[in-house]
Write a protein that binds this ligand. Structure first.
Ligand code: ZN
Length: 111
């Protein structure tokens, strides 16, 4: 069995999140909320390793990373593809099942 390791990233645009002062434009500008995530994969089954929200100025594109508790709950429900969010659980089940099978074979093997 061949193993393929990988990594990647993605971004969701969550829409406008109001106006505030942009330090780059030095003016009040409309901002968009974006959600970034990074993941690792092993044979396409993955694990989310980092995720964060970011506010981007619509005019200049400069963004500010936000702490999770500073994000409006309206933007919170994010759904990842199942294979990326819970792929590590499938690998864990496979490893435990293989270990139990090997232990069982060792136990019933005639001596
Ligand atoms: Zn700006």
């Amino acid at each position: 069995m061949a193993f393929t390791f990988g990594s990647g990233s993605g971004v969701y645009s969550l829409g406008p999140c109001g106006e505030s002062h942009c330090s780059n434009c030095n003016a009040v500008r409309p901002f968009d909320m974006l959600f970034y995530y990074e993941y690792w994969t092993l044979n396409y089954l993955g694990m989310i390793r980092r995720k964060y929200y970011c506010k981007h100025c619509q005019t200049c594109g400069i963004g500010t990373v936000l702490a999770d508790e500073d994000v409006d709950p309206y933007f919170k429900p994010i759904r990842f593809p199942f294979r990326l969010q819970y792929g590590w659980v499938i690998w864990l089940v496979v490893i435990v099942a293989c270990s139990l099978l090997v232990a069982y074979i060792q136990a019933i093997k005639p001596r």
